[in-house]
Structures are given as C-alpha cells and as structure tokens.
Ligand binder design. Structure first.
Ligand SMILES: Nc1ncnc2c1ncn2[C@@H]1O[C@H](COP(=O)(O)OP(=O)(O)OP(=O)(O)O)[C@@H](O)[C@H]1O
Ligand SMILES: [Mg+2]
Length: 317
C-alpha cells in the first residue's frame, strides 16, 4: 500500500495547487530551460519539495533521476559533508542536459560554517549545477547564499485548495466522504497538504464512509489538547494541568501546547464565541510572555486558570 502523499505528489506544473503567482513565476523561468539558484521558503506540506521535483521532471524528462539529487541538511550538516558528498555530485557531468539540480532540504539547519563553504561551491560549479534550497525560516540562511539565489515564498495552502485535493484523492481511491467532512478536514490541516492527505488515509483505513463525526472523534483521540479543553470546560483545573505535565514529559514545549490550545479553541463548536475570544487573548499573552523566557510552568498554570475563570464567568451569566 502506497502513501497518498507519494502517490499523489505533483508530477507536472498543473498538479501543483495554490500559491499561483509564485509557482507561475517559477515555471515561466523553467520554460526558458535555464534556471538560477533558488530558495523556496515556507511552512511544511506546501509543495516545496514537490515543486523542485517537478522542475527536474520538466527539464530533464526521463533523465530526471540522474540529474537531480536531494539532500536533507538536518541529517548531516557539517562542513565535511558539504565538501564531500555535495562537491562530488557537483563535479559529475549532467546526463543529456546542460546542468543538474541539487536540492537541499531544511537548509537553515546547515551550520553557518558549512553554509559558508557552500557559497564557494555554488560559484565554482554553477555552470553544471543549480542549487535549489528549501527552508521553513529564511532568516537562518546566511546573506551570501540568499544574495546568490532567487527567492520564492510558499504560503500555507488555502482551505479550499486543500479541500479540492481531498476530493480528487477521495474520488480516485473510491472513498466515501461527506462534503462537510471535506471542509472540516481541510480546516484541520492548517494549510499543510501532507497533514490533510495523511489524515484522510488513516480515516479511509477504517473502511466506513467518512463523516464529520468520525473525523472529530478521531481528532479527539489523537489530540490530547482536546482533552485539556474538555477538562477546562468541565471546571477541572488539576486534570488539565496534569495532561499538560504529561505532554511536557513527552517532549511538547509550553509554546506548542499554547499554540495547539489556540487551534482547539478555534475549531470547537460548543464553546460560546465570547469565551473563545477571551481565551484566545489570554493564550496570546501567555505566548508572548513565554518568548520573554519568564517562568514557563507558572505561565502555563496561569493561562489555564484564566481560561477557567472565563468559562466560569460565562456559566454564571
Ligand atoms: N501545492 C501542492 N499541490 C499538491 N499537492 C501538494 C502540494 N503541497 C504538498 N502536496 C502534497 O503533500 C506532500 C508533501 O509535500 P512536499 O513534500 O512538497 O512539502 P514541503 O513543502 O516540501 O514540506 P517540508 O517543508 O515539510 O519539506 C506531497 O507529496 C503532495 O502529495
Ligand atoms: Mg520538503
């Protein structure tokens, strides 16, 4: 059984959904059959890797695998790796093409010293190798690399774009999914197509038709944050605090809990809008204070108590 994300990975320009202006700009350059070094910046699951692969397929046709190398920088980010494996690829002649493409994923994780040695390699071999960098945070890429590249920004995909792809995949896989569940699944994905397709695949494996109820039950089960929300709405502070503590032990950060709680509030349909509003303001303030590095445990406790107070006040009115 293959993963939907691989099975439905775009193969040509028309398959890439969303970010129309940027993608059009990229492919108008590709049309000239000569590309500059490029950096793709944007959050996960928006199509950066897929776009790089599509460029290679468009330019090299059947030879795209020989002329395209993908390296994930976070595996090995030292100067030695840059010198050896990257340089080796750069020195090899392209196959039936004018140049090859080296795709460096998560390039912000390459150490600054290694990034520095890359800029030289980029210059020395630009005749036969074009670099495409991909990153989530471009501010961590050193200026000399940025100035040698054309930058393209990938925004989170719009809900309707994700919904469109969910419908296409569901149809191709003969999955029965209610329209209401399609829009809800797209919302839950937060602009990340990978997240949407992976969730669709898990739900499809249950073998029944997918409706909104199945989706929200699955989400509650998988999402301990919803448990915190339930404890809070039932006035159980200690229970919510204990779940937070468990999550911290599992490696969640305080800011991740705050950010996930924010999403859980947004998607919850039973909490009154006034409570949602006050809770989100409290979460926002806690998030800000956490960036200042103040006592993290205390901030988390405080925000849970403040949300509890908002809920209580609403119950009393
Ligand atoms: N714009 C898109 N159009 C169609 N499918 C997409 C798009 N973006 C992502 N996908 C789907 O999600 C999967 C993962 O996307 P991809 O690997 O291109 O994301 P990415 O932006 O490189 O993410 P990361 O930053 O995590 O590396 C693809 O295989 C494809 O199935
Ligand atoms: Mg990628």
């Amino acid at each position: 059984m293959s993963l939907y994300i691989e099975k439905y990975r775009p193969k040509k320009r028309e398959d890439i959904i969303g970010n129309k202006e940027e993608i059009d700009r990229i492919f108008s350059i590709v049309k000239t059959r000569n590309i500059p070094h490029m950096i793709f910046e944007g959050p996960s699951g928006t199509g950066k890797t897929s776009t790089a692969l599509t460029i290679a397929r468009t330019l090299f046709g059947d030879f795209y695998k020989s002329n395209f190398m993908e390296k994930n920088a976070s595996d090995e980010s030292g100067v030695g790796v840059v010198r050896n494996s990257i340089k080796t690829f750069c020195t090899m002649a392209p196959l039936s093409a004018d140049f090859k493409i080296l795709f460096l994923d998560e390039c912000e994780r390459i150490s600054p010293a290694a990034q520095d040695s890359l800029k030289r390699i980029m210059e020395d071999f630009s005749g036969v190798t074009r670099f495409i960098y991909s990153c989530n945070d471009i501010s961590k890429v050193i200026e000399p690399i940025r100035s040698r590249c054309a930058e393209f920004h990938f925004s989170p995909l719009r809900n309707e774009d994700i919904a469109k792809q969910i419908r296409i995949v569901a149809k191709a896989e003969s999955i029965e999914i209610e329209e209401e569940a399609v829009t809800f699944l797209a919302e839950l994905a937060d602009g990340d197509m990978r997240k949407a397709l992976n969730k669709l695949q898990v739900l499809a494996s249950y073998g029944t038709s997918i409706n909104k109820k199945l989706l929200s039950n699955y989400d509650k089960l998988k999402n301990p944050i919803v448990g915190i929300l339930n404890s809070l709405t039932q006035g159980r502070f200690l229970e919510s605090r204990n779940t937070c503590k468990d999550l911290l032990l599992q490696g969640y950060s305080e800011r991740r809990i705050i950010s996930d709680l924010h999403k859980a509030f947004i998607h919850n349909e039973t909490i009154p809008p006034t409570v949602k509003g006050s809770a989100i303001i409290e979460l926002c303030e806690a998030d800000y204070r956490l960036t200042l590095g103040v006592s993290k445990g205390l901030q988390l406790d405080a925000v849970l108590l403040k949300i509890l107070r908002c809920i209580k006040q609403d119950n009393e009115t």
